[in-house]
Design a protein. Structure first.
Length: 452
């Protein structure tokens, strides 16, 4: 019935959006591919979730989803309301994905590297959610979407706030049975719910099996989940500790998202402690409060964009608007960088180094530049190419290597190479070629090294 109603919405205009195609039903609603229209012209492709109700509780739920900001969570742009067939409906406008983990798994076996990458990005998203006292409750491959190289948690219809407690109770267990923990049927909600789901997903990704035998009988499956009747297949050695840690029957003994990340990235553990003195977040020239917040939450893409914005403001450079979007153009040229404020650059670098446990930051990039044979303040095309290869800004094979656009970078501390960030979003976004002609103008980071 829901699918039929959603199908009827195809081609309808709601607000400034045209619903192009019904993609499928999610929790409590349908998802559409849509276009934002201005003067009969599509200016942006988006996904829109339509919910056939307009209760205050549902509106609050959508507003809360919009407030969630992390690079491994689907970004929600706006919330709206419309009327169709005498029914008041709500909708949530979101970024459009290219596919899901479910699609990826269906295509064939995943490599060990792919599984580590996906698991790390999911754990990053969960770590952020749990730090906000929220539990997803419907973590599964169909709700993990891919946008460029990022995997993001989606479909927050069952998300629950713990109200500053480690767990709470509900009469609505929700979720998808095969990924649900045993305590879900008692209405017990905690961050451990999501960690159990991640453990089941990892078994699915590593073995193409589920840890239950139920002969397609839903009642038999429910009984096995409730009784924690697991039949775990032989697991790859590198993922076995993580899976066993996530699938502890006692939710209080389960691994946290951070423990999963620690197991996946032992090389990223801190080699030394940051100075005890607090890094100043405000100076006469700049306010770093938002940058600190993004970095603390592991929102690496947003932090990179904020870094560029703050540096731009410090230098007093102007922006211009194109179709309503603020653009920064030809920002940090050699002279700008070599004269950039030492105090503010040091603060930016300390924040990046602190929150990435020494993996990201201008000082980290400086060491790599020197390791590649570079000299401080001197541009060398061959060295710059080696530098780009080492920090993951170039991909491909030998002569066919290309410089990445900003959107193709890896915004994950677990999977990005050392020194990958900050990329100063403008420095790579506008790179249209890989030749020497405009390389020096785009190599802004290396001219900052002389100020550290």
């Amino acid at each position: 019935m829901l699918d039929q109603m959603m199908k009827m919405l195809e081609g309808q205009q709601i607000g400034s959006y045209r619903l192009n195609k019904f993609l499928g039903a999610g929790s409590f609603g349908g998802v559409f591919h849509a276009s934002e229209m201005v003067r009969n012209t599509s200016v942006q492709e988006v996904a829109i979730k339509v919910i056939p109700e307009s209760s205050d509780d549902k509106l609050i739920e959508l507003q809360n989803a919009r407030k969630l900001e992390h690079s491994n969570l689907i970004k929600a742009y706006s919330v709206g309301e419309f009327r169709f067939l005498n029914t008041e409906m709500l909708y949530l406008v979101m970024e459009l994905a290219q596919g899901s983990l479910e699609n990826h798994i269906a295509k064939g076996s995943l490599s060990s590297g792919e599984i580590k990458n996906i698991t790390a990005q999911v754990a990053q998203g969960l770590s952020y959610l749990h730090s906000q006292n929220k539990v997803h409750r419907d973590l599964k491959p169909g709700n993990i979407l891919k946008i460029n190289q990022q995997y993001k948690l989606a479909d927050f219809g069952l998300i629950r706030t713990l109200n500053n407690k480690s767990h709470t109770q509900t009469v609505n267990n929700g979720g998808t049975i095969i990924y649900m923990p045993p305590e879900a049927f008692k209405g017990d909600i905690s961050a451990g719910w999501d960690m159990w789901s991640l453990g089941i997903m990892l078994i699915e990704m590593t073995t193409n099996q589920f840890p239950y035998k139920f002969d397609n009988d839903i009642n038999q499956l429910m009984a096995r989940v409730m009784n924690c009747d697991l039949q775990i297949p032989t697991l790859p050695r590198e993922f076995k500790p993580i899976i066993e840690g996530c699938l502890q029957k006692d939710r209080r003994q389960r691994w946290t998202a951070q423990q999963v990340l620690n197991a996946l990235q032992p090389q990223a553990q801190p080699t030394g402690k940051m100075p005890v003195s607090q890094i100043p977040l405000k100076t006469a020239k700049a306010d770093f409060t938002q940058l600190d917040r993004y970095l603390k939450n592991g929102q690496w893409r947003e932090a990179d964009e904020e870094t560029a914005k703050v540096m731009y403001e410090i230098m007093g450079l102007r922006t211009r608007k194109v179709m309503g979007t603020e653009l920064r153009e030809c920002l940090l040229k050699e002279d700008n960088c070599k004269n950039f404020s030492r105090e503010e650059l040091k603060i930016i670098d300390q924040l990046w180094v602190k929150y990435s446990d020494g993996k990201f930051g201008f000082s980290v990039q400086k060491k790599i530049w020197l390791e590649c044979g570079g000299e401080i303040g001197i541009f060398d095309w061959d060295i710059f190419c080696k530098f780009g290869d080492k920090i993951g800004w170039r991909k491909g094979w030998w002569l066919d290597k290309e410089w990445l656009y900003f959107s193709s970078l890896t915004f994950s501390s677990a999977t990005a190479p050392r020194g990958h960030l900050p990329a100063l979003e403008f420095g790579i976004r506008w790179w249209y070629g890989s030749g020497k002609a405009d390389a020096k103008e785009r190599a802004c980071n290396i001219f900052l090294f002389s100020r550290l």
